[in-house]
Design a protein. Structure first.
Length: 197
């Protein structure tokens, strides 16, 4: 991981200020506690069996979470710009993670560790509002996926993904999309062929 310039810090602070205005003091504290890093694609940010000690804000790039089922990778989430990347259960419960976090593209990330984040929550209540907005976004995405997988057949799941995340179709390998949608690559390829014909 390579540390980056102040331009990334400024961009991150602007994004956070768009959610809720930060005091000058809190901005100074954040700059002191977070680290901006550049991470090449195919880098594991977290492995199963580790405790998730860092939360990542994605300034640029794409991250996926996956777990292993009978030695096969199953994609569970994709996180892109302005999203948070972490193993939710592991980070907040302090348990070993059952999932992996891996960069799909070269990424620019703002990272903060668990202990520092808890200190900021306690001292600066306004940052709890920002965390709530990020948490709500995560919950909506998780609920959306759960309903999509339960209610739709394979073709409709892909159409839903295509309609709601068209930019990801261009950025992700088809194997990852198929895994996320709960189908094999051959099924997804047939669906795409029928739709385009």
């Amino acid at each position: 991981m390579v540390c980056l310039s102040l331009n990334v810090s400024a961009a991150f602070l602007q994004e956070v200020n768009n959610i809720y205005p930060l005091s000058d003091e809190l901005q100074e504290v954040l700059v002191r506690y977070y680290e901006t890093v550049e991470v090449p694609k195919k880098t594991l940010l977290l492995s199963a069996g580790q405790v998730s000690n860092h939360i990542y804000y994605i300034v640029k790039g794409l991250v996926r979470s996956f777990y292993l089922k009978e030695e096969i990778e199953v994609c569970s989430r994709f996180m892109q710009e302005e999203h948070i990347a972490l193993s939710v259960d592991s980070f907040f419960s302090r348990k070993e993670s059952v999932e992996y976090l891996e960069t799909v593209e070269d990424c620019t990330l703002v990272k903060m560790n668990y202990d520092d984040l808890q200190l900021i929550y306690k001292k600066y209540p306004e940052f709890n509002f920002i965390a709530r907005v990020w948490t709500e976004h995560y919950c909506i995405m998780s609920d959306e996926k759960l309903l999509m997988l339960r209610k739709n057949n394979a073709r409709d799941r892909y159409l839903f993904f295509l309609e709601n995340h068209p930019e990801l179709v261009q950025r992700l390998p088809l194997t990852y999309i198929a895994s996320y949608l709960g189908m094999n690559l051959e099924t997804l390829s047939r669906i795409r062929k029928k739709i385009s014909s």
